[in-house]
Write a protein that binds this ligand. Structure first.
Ligand code: F6R
Length: 535
């Protein structure tokens, strides 16, 4: 029966269930908020038997309860009854050959095949089957048969839908052992794509974005809101935007955004960063920001995603599909886009002059070759990974721009290698955490930023004096650092301001190699999924 429903969600976070008679089948992805209430109600109706209490089973029974002969009518009652953020596909034997799908504030894409049509939660999942897609908005009801697709609004009017061809090549690992390595190595090309056509005569422009001076001058404050790696990109963005726009910037973890009642209004720009464009926490923050009248600008890898579509403005990071769970190429592309965006807005506002723009743009255009240089000398990583792979506690230390990268380096090591790792502002470390340092501790010291170099080195010395093993990331030509650390990975010399885009690459390679050395599942770490559509 499960073959009947051609739902291709991400395997790990979509669920399929049928009723005991196998009359009804539901595929579900998302989060139900009133599960307990549904359980009680269905039990009272005598529709819940022992072992039928999983969320998807509750949904099957809810569908069954409301079914009066037409699934598309049933689904409307289900949407009324069930609270939460989710995507559903339903089928009944009583209407063979037909699947009805709907999303409530989450994502739903229809794929149009030659002999079959498909429903999925994101475009990437559809690529092995078809490149012809149609995006479905919240509460639109889709009725699919192999021959026909009908989409209506909740009130029954036909919804006009655009069919488009996806230009990506899909998920092909080529000759690489892992997607993560392939994606790390795609970074120089990604930088070139991001830069191409976006700078003319030292003026930055975006294909999908046109802002006037009236709009940008209205923004008195910026919030950057995101999760995980994208949040770390936001922390770097704070320094970039404050420095080039002279506007205060706050960076918030999306799942925390609404709790404090953020002080935002129509004069605030909220930048949401999301690779997938479907992260539920970021989407909720976006909706909150919009409800308070702020302008919302999305930086995303999927312009057609829910976050891309619901934002007032969107900028694309041009990374192509990112398959490995650990984000790498999307992170550096987000950083690059932040620099370009800050230049673009700064040029409109007049806070970035021609000389400054020329200098930064020149440095950005040098990035692809510098990144390629890092990627052409990776022999040392295997040896380093063998040397440090047994350490189960690691601290990444850095100051200034090196600090958010320490968070990102630690996150990469945690998720790929199951090593307990923490990123720390190097200066803060002595205020408590230094107590944890023993001769078993692995310290990764980011010694790239010039203005914080001496101070970070002082922190490194404190750790080494307590027995820690230290690996430094430093700039080519730095001999001083070798006196205080066990190993050094050198970065080519790079402009200090844009260095974060390169500094992270050795951290990605380190996590990748340690993951391999520890025999972990590099691309699919346990317990994690690529796009997190529950809050
Ligand atoms: C870590 C990682 C996650 C994501 C986070 C947000 O490598 O990939 O931390 O960055 O789940 O995802 P997006 O950017 O899709 O909103």
């Amino acid at each position: 029966l499960s073959n009947v429903l051609g739902f291709i969600g991400k395997k790990q976070n979509s669920f399929l269930a049928s009723d005991s008679a196998e009359d009804f089948l539901v595929v579900f992805k998302g989060n139900i908020e009133n599960g307990e209430e549904l359980k009680k109600w269905l039990a009272e109706e005598g529709l819940l038997t022992e072992g039928e209490a999983t969320t998807t089973k509750l949904l099957v029974q809810t569908v069954k309860y409301y079914y009066k002969g037409k699934l598309e009518e049933t689904i409307k009652d289900v949407l009324d009854k069930v609270q939460g953020i989710f995507t559903l596909g339903v089928f009944t034997k009583q209407e063979p050959g037909k699947v009805v799908a709907v999303t409530k504030d989450s994502s739903l894409v229809i794929g149009l095949g030659d002999e079959n049509n498909f429903i999925a939660s994101d475009i990437i999942s559809l690529l092995p089957y078809t490149k012809k897609c149609m995006l479905i908005n919240s509460k639109e009801v889709c009725v699919l048969t192999p021959e026909e697709i009908k989409v209506t609004t909740i009130s029954g009017e036909i919804a006009s839908k655009e069919i488009f061809d996806v230009s990506w090549n899909g998920a092909d690992k080529g000759s690489y052992e892992h997607f993560m390595l392939k994606e790390i190595e795609e970074q120089p090309a990604g930088f070139r794509t991001n830069l191409s056509g976006r700078v003319v005569n030292n003026q930055v422009k975006f294909e999908s974005l046109t802002l006037s001076s009236e709009i940008v001058n209205r923004w008195k404050k910026i919030f950057i809101v995101a999760c995980g790696t994208s949040y770390h990109a936001g922390l770097i963005g704070k320094g970039v935007f404050e420095s080039l726009l002279h506007i205060p910037v706050e960076v918030e973890i999306a799942s925390e955004f609404s709790y404090r009642g953020p002080l935002i209004n129509k004069d605030t720009l909220v930048i949401v960063i999301s690779q997938s464009g479907e992260t539920a926490d970021t989407l909720a923050a976006l909706r909150e920001a919009k409800s308070k009248g702020a302008s919302v600008l999305a930086i995303t890898n999927v312009l057609t995603s829910t976050i891309g579509r619901e934002s007032d403005y969107s900028v694309y990071i041009w990374s192509g599909p990112e398959i490995a769970i650990a984000s790498t190429k999307a992170f550096t592309a987000m950083l690059l886009v932040e620099y370009l965006l800050a230049l673009y807005i700064g040029q409109i506002k007049g806070t970035v002059g021609d000389t400054q723009a020329k200098e930064i743009i020149g440095a950005l255009f040098a990035l692809p070759d510098l990144a390629a240089k890092i990627l052409n000398s990776t022999e040392q990583y295997e040896k380093i990974a063998q040397k440090y792979k047994e350490h189960t506690n690691a601290f990444f230390l850095g100051r200034g721009f090196d600090w958010p990268l320490s968070l990102e380096g630690a996150l990469k090591l945690k998720e790929t290698s199951y090593v307990h790792a923490e990123g720390y502002p190097a200066g803060e470390f002595k205020h408590g955490s230094l107590a944890l340092v023993t001769d078993d501790t692995f310290i990764i010291a980011l010694c790239v930023q010039k203005n914080t170099y001496e101070k970070t080195l002082a922190n490194v010395k404190e750790c080494r004096a307590r027995g820690a093993k230290v690996l430094a990331i430093a700039l080519e030509g730095d001999k001083e650092v070798t006196q205080y650390v066990d190993d050094v990975i050198y970065l080519p010399k790079v402009n200090n301001f844009i260095a974060p885009i390169l500094t992270v690459i050795p951290l990605q390679l380190l996590a990748y190699n340690i993951s391999k050395a520890r025999g972990c599942n590099v691309d699919q770490p346990r317990n994690l999924v690529k796009s997190i559509v529950i809050e």
